[in-house]
Design a protein around this ligand. Structure first.
Ligand SMILES: Cc1cc2nc3c(=O)[nH]c(=O)nc-3n(C[C@H](O)[C@H](O)[C@H](O)COP(=O)(O)OP(=O)(O)OC[C@H]3O[C@@H](n4cnc5c(N)ncnc54)[C@H](O)[C@@H]3O)c2cc1C
Length: 290
C-alpha cells in the first residue's frame, strides 16, 4: 500500500474541502467495517481517508419537523439505544440492529451501510420503506435525495465525486403507523441477507390501510421500492387476501442472482414470505399505536 493521509475534520465543510482538494483517490471513512476490509483485500487504495465520525451534524439524532433527523455517521448501536427513535421506527431500528455483532454495531453506520452499496445491506430496505430522505453535501452545495435513489448497483452509488451523505430525515409518524424489517439468512448470526423485506404502513380510523411502502433487499442489484406491493395493501384491512397479493407483487419484482446462499427461485419465493410476515408485524404495531 502506498502512503496514505488520514484527516478527521470537525465540520462538513472541511470534510467536503478535503475530498475536493484530494490529488489521488479519496474516501470517506465512517465506521470502517466495510472500507477497511476492502482496503485490506487491496480492492481500494485511498490516498486520503476523511474520517467523518467527529462531525457533530453527522453524529447526532434530533427531532425535526415532527420526525427525526439522524446523522449518517450515527452508529447502529446509537440508533438502537435511542428510546424515542426506536419507539417511532421499530422497523428501521431492528434493521440497524441486525448489522453484525455488538462490536460491529458500535462502529457501523447507516450512512456506510447505504454508501457501501451492497444489495444485501440491512438498513437500506427499512429506510426506503420509511420514506427516508438523505441530505447530501458536496462541492456544489447541499441537495436531498430519496434513499432508494442512492445505491445504483453493487458497490455503485449516484453520489458525485466529493459528495457526502450528511444525514437522513424520517417523516412524522401519523397515528396508527407501524414498520417492520425482516431478513432471511442461512445462519442465525453474522450473515448477510438472502432476502430482506421492509414494510411501513398507516391505518385510518376504521383500520383500513391508507398508506404503505414496501422495500426489498438482496433480490436485485440494489434495494428496491415495490409500489405494486404497497398498492396490494392500500385500501384493505391487510387481511389474508391482501397479504397474498402483496406476496405475489413482491415475488414479481425480484430479479435476484443465484449464489451459494440461495438460488433465484428460492429467493423469489422467500421474498414473498418475508414481505408477508413483515407486513403482519407492521400491522400489529400500527394497531397498537392509536
Ligand atoms: C463481521 C461483519 C458483519 C457484518 N454484518 C452485516 C449485516 O448483518 N448486515 C449488513 O447490512 N452489513 C453487515 N456488515 C457490513 C458493514 O458492517 C455495514 O455495511 C456497515 O453499516 C458499514 O458502515 P461503516 O460505517 O462501517 O462504513 P465504512 O466502512 O466506513 O464505509 C463504507 C463505504 O461507504 C462510504 N461512506 C461511508 N459513509 C459515507 C457517507 N456518509 N457519505 C458518503 N460515503 C460514505 C465509504 O467511503 C465506504 O466506501 C458486516 C460487516 C462485518 C465486518
Amino acid at each position: 500500500m502506498s502512503d496514505m493521509r488520514y484527516e478527521a475534520p470537525r465540520t462538513l465543510a472541511a470534510a467536503v474541502a478535503l475530498l475536493a482538494g484530494a490529488k489521488g483517490h479519496a474516501r470517506v471513512l465512517a465506521g470502517g467495517t466495510d472500507l477497511l476490509i476492502h482496503m485490506r483485500a487491496g480492492r481500494v487504495e485511498p490516498e486520503l481517508l476523511v474520517d467523518i465520525k467527529g462531525i457533530p451534524e453527522m453524529t447526532s439524532i434530533v427531532a425535526e419537523g415532527g420526525g427525526f433527523r439522524f446523522g449518517a455517521a450515527v452508529s447502529s448501536m446509537e440508533l438502537l439505544e435511542h428510546e424515542a427513535f426506536s419507539k417511532a421506527w421499530p422497523g428501521v431500528t431492528e434493521a440497524a440492529g441486525l448489522i453484525g455483532s455488538t462490536q460491529i454495531k458500535g462502529r457501523a453506520t447507516v450512512g456506510g451501510n447505504l454508501c457501501n452499496a451492497s444489495p444485501a445491506a440491512d438498513s437500506v430496505p427499512a429506510l426506503i420503506a420509511a420514506g427516508a430522505v438523505a441530505s447530501i453535501v458536496g462541492p456544489d452545495g447541499r441537495r436531498e435525495a430519496r434513499v432508494e435513489d442512492i445505491a445504483t448497483g453493487p458497490g455503485k452509488t449516484s453520489l458525485a465525486n466529493g459528495e457526502i451523505v450528511a444525514s437522513f430525515l424520517l417523516p412524522p409518524r401519523p397515528p396508527r403507523s407501524g414498520d417492520a424489517y425482516l431478513r432471511f439468512t442461512p445462519r442465525t448470526e453474522m450473515d448477510i441477507a438472502v432476502v430482506g423485506a421492509g414494510v411501513n404502513l398507516t391505518l385510518d380510523e376504521s383500520g383500513v390501510c391508507s398508506e404503505a411502502r414496501v422495500s426489498l433487499g438482496a433480490v436485485a442489484e440494489r434495494a428496491l421500492l415495490v409500489p405494486d406491493a404497497a398498492a396490494a395493501l392500500i385500501g384493505t384491512r391487510v387481511d389474508a387476501e391482501a397479504l397474498e397479493r402483496l406476496g405475489a407483487a413482491v415475488s414479481a419484482a425480484c430479479r435476484p442472482i443465484d449464489d451459494k446462499r440461495g438460488t433465484k427461485e428460492y429467493r423469489i419465493k422467500v421474498a414473498g414470505v418475508m414481505a408477508r410476515r413483515a407486513a403482519q408485524i407492521a400491522l400489529d404495531r400500527a394497531r397498537r399505536k392509536n
